[in-house]
Ligand binder design. Structure first.
Ligand SMILES: *Cc1c(COP(=O)(O)O)cnc(C)c1O
Length: 521
């Protein structure tokens, strides 16, 4: 009888037809980690065959009608040029293959710093798919959406409690949109006092979205240099703070993975001159259950549900960037606000001081359901473990890799992420990019590279609390192996990745030369 199940070798050959395992390691594991990323699939356009169809409809048993009867001919096209023609299995296989070649958090560690790629529990998905949530139309009257309104109202309460703030709007649908919303609130606050002010102080360690949001909100950015300690220093703020400055905008923990220790003093200085303190809370992982930004003098903060609160992200999917404020700023929050009415909930649009809407309807509701499920399943005790475990994992990596990679800020433990550089590998002509590419061969998504900009050749690693000690160690082993290869066989790194279907790609070509239309050649 023929063997029905393919042997492991033939399976390997099938899924890795283009991979060229380096040197003599053909069938053996190349080292720590798993196999390389696999990427290759012809475009649908390339697979197209004229006349091939995915459907086979029965002959009409009624008289055919011209489609122009329903759709005016001005809106009808005779042909879509180059439209791919394929069978159903071709289409299904195309998308299934590509879905399997996609690297995601469900496949392995994803240590992308400043992104908090934590595992997204399946329970969240289950809850978000409940028909009552998933099929609710955003235009149904309040009376028929009581459950959804209650969920949003309670989530606002949880986020207030977690951040130590006093009012929350769930409307912004990304971290950056939350920042813009927060800055508009700050502008409105100052306007009401008679002068919107001109400037916002932003440390140079800030996330790139911070200065962009300031500019969009009509503020001039005063970029401040972080000191030797890697944080914004109170004395720097004291020198620059005056009545032209609307706010200080900082990220805590900052993009170096360090806690902004002088924040209390900074808040005091800013408040004394009538300014406000904005905290970018996109990465709240290190703080969860440990401390509250509201107690640090922060007036406005945005959170990224798609980072800290385990809703899926990446690939430009829906996000959610709620904004939390202190009581005095509550009247400026976007409309509508969810309010208690009798025993139920209602939407309040009658808020003359509001900055208005920032999003259609209520924001990305599905993300709110997931975050709500996450918070409810972990509870207070569970949430309180997130911060310490995230910090422990990051510091484990920091200490394990310290003998191999240069650590620019090494005077104190890090928070949820640690930042190395390629300085030690420079002697062998190896750069951060080479290290990141070689990680693909070991089956890991690389960390964030060349960010923050204040660190030359940065490798920004954030393991998150959801990685087990084994998987964190596996990543460490891969990084150590790469550090050794840099010394003994730098060319191997220069040519990496070896085990992916495509090798070194032009990092910017796709963005610089947009090709939005298929042209057969
Ligand atoms: C991710 C991130 C942002 C931006 O969030 P988006 O949802 O991508 O807009 C802003 N600030 C920091 C610190 C971040 O890590």
């Amino acid at each position: 009888m023929p063997e029905l199940t393919p042997s492991l070798t033939s399976f390997k050959e099938r899924v890795h037809p283009m991979s060229k395992p380096e040197e003599k390691t053909k069938e053996k594991k190349v080292g720590p980690g798993r196999s390389g990323l696999q990427l290759e699939e012809p475009l649908l356009f390339e697979q197209s065959q004229k006349g091939r169809r995915a459907d086979s409809l029965p002959k009409l048993d009624v008289e055919a009608q011209p489609i122009e009867r329903w759709i005016p001919s001005a809106y009808l096209r005779q042909e879509i040029e180059g439209f791919p023609e394929l069978s159903e299995p071709q289409v299904i296989r195309h998308f299934t293959r590509m879905s399997q070649w996609n690297y995601g958090i469900d496949l392995g560690a994803y240590p992308l710093g400043s992104c908090t790629m934590k595992y997204n529990p399946r329970l969240n998905e289950e809850i978000a798919r409940l028909a009552g949530f998933a099929h609710l139309h955003p235009l149904v009257p309040e009376t028929l959406a009581q459950g959804a309104l209650q969920l949003m109202w309670e989530l606002e309460g949880f986020l207030s409690e977690i951040t130590g703030m006093e009012a929350v709007s769930l409307q912004p649908s990304a971290g950056a949109q939350g920042e813009l919303t927060g800055l508009k609130i700050i502008r409105r606050y100052h306007e009401q006092k008679g002068n919107p002010r001109k400037k916002v102080i932003v440390p140079d360690s800030a996330h790139g979205t911070n200065p962009a949001s300031c500019a969009l909100a009509g503020y001039e950015v005063m970029e401040e240099f972080i000191g030797k300690k890697g944080i914004l220093e109170a004395k720097t703020v004291a020198e620059r703070m005056n009545e032209e400055v609307a706010a200080v905008m900082l990220t805590n923990p900052n993009t170096l993975g360090l806690f902004e220790k002088e924040i209390l003093e900074i808040s005091e200085i800013v408040h004394r001159k009538g300014g406000l303190v904005y905290c970018d809370g996109a990465n709240l992982n290190a703080m969860l259950g440990v401390c509250k930004p509201g107690k640090m003098g922060v007036d406005v903060i945005q959170l990224n549900l798609h980072k800290t609160f385990s809703t899926p992200h990446g690939g430009g999917g829906p996000g959610s960037g709620p904004v939390a404020v202190k009581k005095g700023l509550e009247p400026f929050l976007p409309i509508p606000r969810i309010v208690k009415k009798g025993t139920g909930f209602a939407l309040n649009f009658d808020r003359p001081q509001s900055i208005g809407r920032v999003r259609s309807f209520f924001g990305n509701f599905g993300m709110m359901v997931r975050a709500y499920a996450y918070i409810r399943t972990l509870g207070c005790e569970g949430l309180a473990q997130v911060g310490p475990l995230a910090v422990l994992n990051a510091n484990y990596i920091r200490e394990r890799l310290r003998p191999y990679y240069h650590l620019p800020y090494d005077h104190e433990p890090c928070m949820h992420e640690c930042v190395f550089t390629d300085k030690n590998q420079e002697t062998y002509g190896i750069t951060t990019l080479d290290i990141a590419k070689r990680l693909l061969d070991y089956g890991f998504h690389p960390p964030t590279i060349y960010f923050p900009l204040v660190v030359s050749g940065a490798l920004m690693i954030e393991p998150t609390e959801t990685e087990s000690p084994e998987s964190v160690e596996e990543f460490v082993q891969a990084m150590i192996a790469i550090a050794k290869e840099a010394e003994t066989n730098p060319q191997l790194l220069k040519d990496a990745p070896h085990r992916t279907k495509v090798r070194r790609l032009d990092e910017v070509k796709a963005a610089r030369e947009l090709k939005l239309r298929w042209q057969s050649t």
